[in-house]
Design a protein around this ligand. Structure first.
Ligand code: AHR
Length: 491
């Protein structure tokens, strides 16, 4: 049996709803033939944006969406994607499959998507191959309310009122595809570009610096030291890749028990990465003014056989759901510093929450985890301590039960639990400090580790009401089946 001790009176940080953000790049079928089908498509859409996807995103209360990349961002020239669609420049998407990018999805279309979903836009600017003027004018185009060349251009393109843009990224992976820069050089570039991103009217930008790849602690330290006071947040990118080489990352669907545990062990490394990057940030910014944003995370496998290798299309199983459930619990637990996270990516790419095929759309097991966890949005993390055994195979050992607990504005507790074992159910006892539960209900997602949804079986894996929750002597008992994630509502 595993035991979780919860002290609802010990309130910690606010869990920003932005920890449940997504990432969308001009990559494969994320945008085109994904969320954006164009106004003339027979697939139901509003202004070219798929209605079924918008409904699905509204259901999980998607808080924030990052765009246009990724590596694509540092080759993206925003002026190519405005004005009449038939006049927009066609270009090669050099990063992703060498396909033609016709720029039919640009600034207006992205902000229309955010409007329909009701989420905040997070725009990533081009520092790698763009110019300071270009980035500065993008902000002016979107947010200036008055007489200026960019504001006039926006009005001419049909958007009278400026948009509200808060989250703005200054470059992406500038240690790699964004220019192969050294941290010292990037820090100076960040300062220079940031200087010309103005706050117009009451639009206040939240300037996001490119952070490290995985465990590049020197990048964090140097950029924080040289540019920390000019930024609002710094990013971290970490992907879970079970295989040991890029050529053999592992299959999304056909994996062994060994690979299951390798994947989970690697995913849980997020804990160590956050702890160590945060330690550096705490030294450079003890007031915790600068946020940490994990704006690319998730599993990365070999593409599905027969699909374009540059499109990064992969299926999604209960293994991915376990990765998501455990990772989101880790984010919640670090919410005093981690202010946003964006899973890569939203539709048809990497650990997607949504997959499409023609007019068909399915929600992946990962989507359902985002659904289960939505009560944590903007709730307050409370103290919880989990006693559980290590499980796994060989060196790939992980704790069996992963947890986080929050209290919402009505004083209701929400605990999210994941049983990461692929074969053993686990009884869990929840005990409380200075609190006596009177009733509890739950929702659960469970299955075998390889279970997934496909276009013939869209609901093979889906959320069920949880049975058998017992409240006894001020304690709560639940049984978590093997490979399951659940949300408990406790009053
Ligand atoms: O998400 C796919 C790619 O991974 C992004 O474009 C890039 O930022 C990262 O390397």
């Amino acid at each position: 049996m595993s035991r979780i001790t919860i002290n609802p009176g010990e309130r910690k940080s606010t869990i920003s709803r932005n920890l449940y953000g997504n990432f969308s790049e001009h990559l494969g079928r994320c945008i085109y033939n994904g969320v954006f089908v164009g106004k003339d498509s027979p697939i139901p859409n509003v202004n070219g944006i798929r209605t079924d996807i918008v409904e699905a995103l509204k259901n999980i209360q998607l808080p924030v969406l990052r765009w246009p990349g990724g590596c694509f961002a540092d080759e993206y020239h925003w002026k190519d994607g405005i004005g009449p669609q038939e006049n927009r420049k066609r270009m090669v998407n050099t990063n992703w499959g060498g396909v033609v990018e016709d720029n039919s999805f640009g600034t207006h279309e992205f902000l229309e998507l955010c409007r329909q979903v009701g989420c905040e836009p997070y725009i990533n600017g081009n520092l790698g191959s763009g110019t300071v003027q270009e980035m500065s004018e993008w902000v002016e185009y979107m947010t200036f309310d008055g007489v200026s060349p960019m504001a006039e251009l926006r009005v001419k393109n049909g958007q009278e009122k400026p948009w509200k843009i808060r989250y703005f990224g200054i470059g992406n992976e500038n240690w790699g595809c964004g220019g192969h820069m050294r941290p010292e050089y990037y820090a100076d570039e960040f300062r220079r570009y940031g200087t010309y991103l103005h706050n117009y009217g009451d639009n206040k930008l939240y300037k996001i610096a490119c952070g490290p790849n995985v465990d590049d602690y020197n990048w964090t330290d140097t950029v924080m030291q040289l540019a920390g006071r000019y930024m609002d947040a710094i990013t971290l990118h970490y992907y879970t890749i079970p295989g040991s080489t890029w050529e053999h990352k592992g299959s999304a669907l056909n994996f062994s028990r060994e690979e299951y545990y390798v994947t989970l062990r690697k995913a849980l490394r997020m804990q160590e990465l956050l702890d160590r990057h945060i330690q550096i940030m705490d030294r450079r910014d003890p007031e915790k003014r600068v946020g940490l944003i994990v704006d690319e995370w998730g599993t990365w496998y070999d593409v599905e056989p027969g699909t374009n290798p540059g499109f990064l299309y992969q299926q999604n199983t209960m293994r991915d759901a376990m990765v998501a459930a455990a990772t989101l619990n880790i984010f919640n637990e670090h919410s005093d510093r981690v202010v946003m996270a964006n899973i890569a990516q939203m539709v048809n790419v990497l650990q997607a929450i949504i997959l499409t095929e023609g007019e068909k759309m399915i929600k992946t097991p990962t989507y359902h985890v985002f659904d289960l966890y939505k009560h944590h949005h903007d709730a307050t993390l409370v103290y919880s301590y989990t006693e559980t055994q290590q499980i796994g195979l060989g060196d790939d050992q992980i704790p069996q039960i992963s947890t986080s607990v929050s209290v919402d504005e009505n004083g209701v507790l929400h605990a999210t639990l994941a049983n990461l074992s692929d074969e053993k159910a686990e009884e869990v006892e929840l005990t409380f400090v200075n609190f006596v539960p009177t009733e509890a209900s739950g929702r659960i997602l469970s299955g075998n580790s390889g279970d997934h949804n496909d276009f013939e079986h869209p609901d093979a894996v889906t959320i069920q009401d949880m049975k058998g929750i017992r409240v006894e002597d001020g304690k709560l008992f639940v049984t978590m089946p093997a490979c399951s994630a659940a949300e408990l509502t406790i009053q």
